[in-house]
Design a protein around this ligand. Structure first.
Ligand SMILES: NC(=O)c1ccc[n+]([C@@H]2O[C@H](COP(=O)([O-])OP(=O)(O)OC[C@H]3O[C@@H](n4cnc5c(N)ncnc54)[C@H](O)[C@@H]3O)[C@@H](O)[C@H]2O)c1
Ligand SMILES: O=C(O)[C@H](O)COP(=O)(O)O
Length: 528
C-alpha cells in the first residue's frame, strides 16, 4: 500500500507510516499534479494547505483514507469522500493546547498592542502614550464555540479573573457550569462582551457568523479574536466596522483565503494584529497530530476501527475500549450468517446481551454489516459505506439490547432474515480477546471464526462425519478441527469442520450429495 503526504507533517508521524507502508512526501503539489498522481495511493495525509476537492476524490481510484493532521476538515470534500467510501479522519486533540495558548497570546497582544509596540520600537519610535492598552481582569469574554479549544480558553480567562460567557448550541448548561461559566444566546453576548473569541468549525451554519449586522450589536470597545477559521467572520464587514469605530480591534490567525491576499483590508489596519495561521504551530502539537494521524491511517488501512473518523459515528475512547475486542468477531459473524443464508435478505437484527449492551454498539453493528456485505459484494465495504450500502439494498438493520444473559457474560447474536428463512449466529469472547461462535441456527457449537469452515446439516446417524472426512481426504483437504452440535430436538445435527485450505465447488457438491447430508456451506473468512 502507498501513502502520499502532501503537507508538512512532523517526521515522527511519517516514520510511523514508513514502518508499515511505502510513503511519498510531496509538498505544495499543484492541484492538477495531485489529481494526476492520486490514483497511485491508498492513503493521503494533509494539513490545511492541500485542498482535497471533489475532483481529487473522483480521481482517487484506490484511496481508502484521508488523514488530516489537525482538526479542521473544511479543506476536504467530506461528502464526496463519504459517497466514495473513503474514510476521512482527523487528529483533533494534538493541537488543542497550541491553539488555546495562541488564542491567549493573541488576546493579550491585542489588549496591550504588543505587535504595534514591537514594530514601532524596532523602527526607532518610542510611542508610550499612543500605545495605551486595556486590562483583561474584570472584562467580559464571549466565547463562540465551547469545544476543546473554547473551554481551554475559558479556563485560562477565568484564571485571569475575566467574566466568561459562551455561546454553543450543542453544549448543555451543566457542561458549561462544570467549567464555571454561563451559556448565553448569541445575541445576548454582543452587548456584554469586551472580547469575543471564536472557536467553532467552519460550516454552512457558521459561515459569516460575525457580519455587519452582528458587529452593530457589539460594544464599540469590543476586540475580536479569531483563531478558528477565516470564513466565520466576514472580513470586509470587520474591516469596515473597525474603520468606523464599531469594533475596537481584532487579532486574526486565520483567513478566508490562505495564504492571505496582501490586499486584504484587514492587513491595512493598525488595530488589527495578525499571524499566518500559527495556532497549531508548536513543536509539541505537530508531533502530536502527526503521530495521531499516522496511527489512524494505519488502523484504517488494516480495516480496524478508528476513533477519530469524521465521516463515521464518533466513538468515545471509553466505549472503544469496551467494544474493541469484539470487532473482529462481529465482522466474522456477519460473514458466517450471510453465507448460511439463502434467499433475498430483508433485515438483520443484532442483539447485544450482558454488559456490552450498556455501551454504544453502533460501530460493532457496522462491523457486522461490513463482514456480511464484504462476503457478497465485489465493491469494497468499509466502516464508512457499510450502513449506506445496506440501506441502498433495502436491508433493515436493527439493534436489540438487554443486560440479561444466560450462559455468557456477554453475547452477540445476529439474525439474518431472508424471504426463505431466518439464520441465527451467536458469538462471545473467551478471555479478553478470543472470539468464538457459540451457536449456529440453534445448535450449540464452539468454533474459532478463522480460515475456512464447512458447516453441514445432517441426519443424526452413524457414519456421517466419516463420509465427509473421506471426501475431503480424497480431495487433499486437511481437516484441522471438527465438531458436531446438537439441539434438544433429535434427528438433525450440525457438523462444523475447520479446514486448512479453500474447498473447491466440486468437493462441496460431493459432500452435499452424501445421503443424510441436508445441506452444506463453505465459509471463507479470509475474504473479509
Ligand atoms: N488556528 C489554528 O491553527 C487552529 C488550530 C486548531 C484548531 N483550529 C480550529 O479551531 C476550531 C475549534 O477547534 P476545537 O478543537 O475546539 O473543535 P471542537 O469540535 O472541540 O469545538 C467546536 C465547538 O463548536 C461548537 N459549534 C459547532 N457549530 C456551532 C455553531 N453553529 N454555533 C456555535 N457553536 C458551534 C461545537 O458544539 C463544539 O463545541 C475549529 O475550527 C478548528 O479547525 C484552528
Ligand atoms: O484545524 C486545525 O487543526 C488548525 O487550523 C491547524 O491547521 P494546520 O495543520 O494547517 O496548521
Amino acid at each position: 500500500m502507498r501513502i502520499l503526504v502532501s503537507d508538512p507533517v512532523s517526521a515522527q508521524g511519517v516514520e510511523l507510516l514508513q514502518k508499515e507502508y511505502e510513503v511519498d512526501v510531496k509538498i505544495k503539489l499543484p492541484i492538477e499534479e495531485l489529481i494526476k498522481i492520486i490514483p497511485q495511493y491508498d492513503a493521503l495525509v494533509v494539513r490545511s494547505e492541500t485542498k482535497v476537492t471533489k475532483a481529487v476524490i473522483e480521481a482517487a481510484a484506490n484511496l481508502k483514507v484521508i488523514g488530516r493532521a489537525g482538526v479542521g476538515v473544511d479543506n476536504i470534500d467530506v461528502e464526496a469522500a463519504t459517497q466514495k467510501g473513503i474514510i476521512v479522519l482527523n487528529a483533533p486533540e494534538g493541537n488543542t493546547i497550541a491553539a488555546t495558548e495562541h488564542t491567549m497570546a493573541m488576546m493579550l497582544a491585542l489588549a496591550r498592542n504588543v505587535p504595534q509596540a514591537h514594530a514601532s520600537l524596532k523602527n526607532g519610535q518610542w510611542l508610550r502614550s499612543k500605545l495605551m492598552g486595556v486590562e483583561m481582569r474584570g472584562k467580559t469574554l464571549g466565547i463562540l464555540g465551547l469545544g476543546r479549544i473554547g473551554s481551554g480558553v475559558a479556563k485560562r480567562a477565568l484564571a485571569m479573573e475575566m467574566n466568561v460567557v459562551a455561546y454553543d448550541p450543542f453544549i448543555n448548561a451543566e457542561q458549561a457550569a462544570a467549567i464555571g461559566i454561563q451559556l448565553l444566546e448569541l445575541d445576548e453576548i454582543f452587548p456584554l462582551a469586551d472580547f469575543i473569541t471564536l472557536h467553532l468549525p467552519f460550516t454552512s451554519e457558521t459561515k459569516y457568523l460575525l457580519n455587519k449586522e452582528r458587529f452593530a450589536k457589539m460594544k464599540p470597545s469590543v476586540r475580536i479574536i479569531n483563531c478558528a477559521r477565516g470564513g466565520v467572520i466576514h472580513e470586509g464587514d470587520l474591516a469596515e466596522a473597525i474603520e468606523q469605530g464599531i469594533v475596537a480591534g481584532a487579532a486574526i490567525d486565520v483567513f478566508e483565503k490562505e495564504p492571505v491576499n496582501p490586499e486584504n483590508p484587514l492587513l491595512k489596519l493598525d488595530q488589527v494584529i495578525v499571524t499566518p495561521h500559527l495556532g497549531a504551530s508548536t513543536a509539541e502539537a505537530q508531533v502530536g497530530v502527526a503521530v495521531d494521524v499516522a496511527k489512524g491511517i494505519i488502523a484504517a488501512l488494516k480495516g480496524e476501527p478508528i476513533a477519530t473518523a469524521v465521516n463515521m459515528a464518533p466513538i468515545q475512547s471509553h466505549v472503544l475500549e469496551v467494544i474493541r475486542p469484539y470487532f473482529n468477531l462481529a465482522e466474522k459473524m456477519g460473514c458466517l450468517a450471510i453465507n448460511l443464508a439463502e434467499g433475498r435478505i430483508t433485515a438483520v437484527d443484532v442483539e447485544y446481551n450482558g454488559e456490552i449492551s450498556e455501551v454504544d454498539t453502533k460501530m460493532l453493528t457496522t462491523a457486522m454489516i461490513k463482514g456480511l456485505l464484504n462476503s457478497i459484494l465485489t465493491e469494497h465495504i468499509n466502516y464508512v459505506n457499510a450502513p449506506g450500502v445496506a440501506k441502498s439494498r433495502g436491508i433493515k438493520i436493527r439493534e436489540v439490547k438487554s443486560k440479561e444473559t444466560a450462559n455468557f457474560a456477554n453475547l452477540i447474536t445476529v439474525r439474518v432474515y431472508t424471504d426463505k428463512k431466518t439464520h441465527v449466529v451467536a458469538g462471545t469472547l473467551f478471555g479478553h480477546e478470543e472470539g468464538r461462535i457459540v451457536m449456529i441456527d440453534g445448535y450449540r457449537v464452539d468454533v474459532e471464526p478463522q480460515g475456512w469452515l464447512i458447516v453441514g446439516l445432517h441426519l443424526d446417524r452413524p457414519g456421517m462425519i466419516g463420509y465427509v472426512g473421506t471426501i475431503l481426504g480424497t480431495d487433499g483437504i486437511n481437516i484441522n478441527s471438527m465438531q458436531v452440535g446438537r439441539t434438544e430436538v433429535t434427528g438433525t445435527n450440525i457438523m462444523v469442520m475447520s479446514v486448512d485450505s479453500d474447498v473447491p465447488a466440486a468437493t462441496m457438491l460431493k459432500i452435499k450429495a452424501v445421503d443424510g447430508i441436508l445441506g452444506a456451506k463453505m465459509i471463507n473468512f479470509c475474504v473479509i
